[in-house]
Design a protein around this ligand. Structure first.
Ligand code: SF4
Length: 215
């Protein structure tokens, strides 16, 4: 039987986060999430969705003519068909998976790039982190902290140091929670501490309205 996944939406947009920010990208947003972050902006993806086969999604990506695809959610790693989807998408381009850090990332195919959140305390979900994932990171993977305030920033800096994250992966990203922390404030902390992270702003929310879906 053809492998299926439950899909919330697919769309073409500018990649808004990670070191791939700014690149045209095909997004496959899978439905369902195991967490409930207080600032979640994709609540509509937490349930429901429509089934699609892996081959249908690969064909959709191929037809876009783009070279970059991001599998996102919700949380993509809660679906058993996700590994097969990642595997097959590789035949058409570079594949990113955006994951919340609570699920084992070791099944992600080697050439697929994980952009892994480490949930800070203000998310309400930092205890859900699977800390063994720090050892599972591969050199091309990226780690992202979404920072809601000073407490989150200090916590994230400590996690970075404790797990030597800058040596473990391609990039460590810090992004302010919109409406909670001004980018200038986060930038000032990073500069003062000479912290080797990338300030990451959600580009798609700057280009379009923060509430616009499918971009
Ligand atoms: S992990 Fe992502 S999709 Fe799930 S609740 Fe948190 S922000 Fe929302």
């Amino acid at each position: 039987m053809a492998i299926q996944v439950q899909v919330c939406e697919t769309f073409i947009s500018i990649q808004g986060e990670s070191t791939w920010a700014g690149m045209p990208c095909f997004f496959i947003r899978l439905a369902g999430c195991n967490l409930h972050c207080v600032y979640c902006d994709t609540g509509y993806a937490q349930s429901g969705g429509e089934p699609a086969t892996v081959s249908e999604l690969v064909e959709k990506f191929r037809k876009t003519g783009l070279g970059l695809v991001a599998v996102t959610g919700g949380e993509p790693l809660i679906q058993p068909g996700t590994t097969a989807l990642l595997q097959e998408l590789q035949s058409c381009g570079t594949v990113l998976i955006e994951t919340n850090g609570s699920r084992d990332i070791s099944g992600i195919p080697p050439a697929v790039i994980a952009v892994m959140d480490i949930k800070c305390p203000s998310s309400g979900e930092s205890e859900a982190t699977d800390w063994k994932n720090m050892q599972r990171l591969r050199p091309r993977d990226e780690v992202k902290f979404v920072v809601g305030g000073r407490e989150d920033y200090l916590w994230a800096s400590g996690v970075m140091r404790e797990h030597d994250l800058t040596k473990r992966c391609q990039a460590v990203l810090m992004s302010p929670v919109s409406d909670l922390l001004a980018p200038a404030e986060l930038a000032a902390w990073i500069l003062r501490d000479r912290l080797p992270v990338r300030l990451n702003l959600q580009l798609h929310k700057i280009i379009w309205s923060p509430t616009t879906r499918g971009v």
